[in-house]
Design a protein around this ligand. Sequence first.
Ligand code: DHB
Ligand code: MG
Length: 222
Amino acid sequence: MRDETEWADVDAYFEETFVKEPPFIAAAYEASCVAKLPMIAVSPAQGKFLAFLVRLTGAKRVLELGTLGGYSALWMASALPEDGHLVTLDHNPVCSGVARANFAHAGLADRITLRYGEALDSLKALVGEKGPAFDLVFIDANKSDYPVYLDWCVRLSRPGGLIIADNVVRDGRVADGDDHDPGVLGLRAFHQKVGASDTLDATGLQLVGVKGYDGLSFIRIV
Ligand code: DHB
Ligand code: MG
């Protein structure tokens, strides 16, 4: 049985061989460590994968729920074209401060808007503002609220848009119907909603690596 040490070793091997996290993104990670933010950002390989998705979909408008220190936002924003923009939402004042400093240090502050506040309030405000629809959404916030986030993110997305949800496996607990953790229940309700919709087309990938055993769901708005 392969274990977490080996998963982390392979991630380290990928990172040094070809992922090559840019220095401004490594600096954001370091600043997040120094500020003692929770070490729950996506891995470098996952961050680069998100950046690939931004490029491959040609996304110009990206929405992120859950900024933390801005690590994944920097990967995605760095893959946007000059006229692209990323909006990221966070309710934690410490995280928001660290993230804003990281965006400025990276020279990407003009390509990123951090909206500080409760995600649901910001999502409602975004709908009210009737801005251009989002091409790609990354949901990486409070897991128990994923089902309600889904509705708002669908409203804010263009047809053909892509919604990516982080942490949808949680060590396999998502498949355990007897697990009553609020986060796990939220993920199960989220997936149930996705599966019940005729206008959402979805798949999921289980992932192992330096972040343990978790996964991503991908939802395409038909
Ligand atoms: C947790 C949250 C995350 O977004 C993540 O990627 C890993 C862990 C958490 O709250 O435990
Ligand atoms: Mg996450």
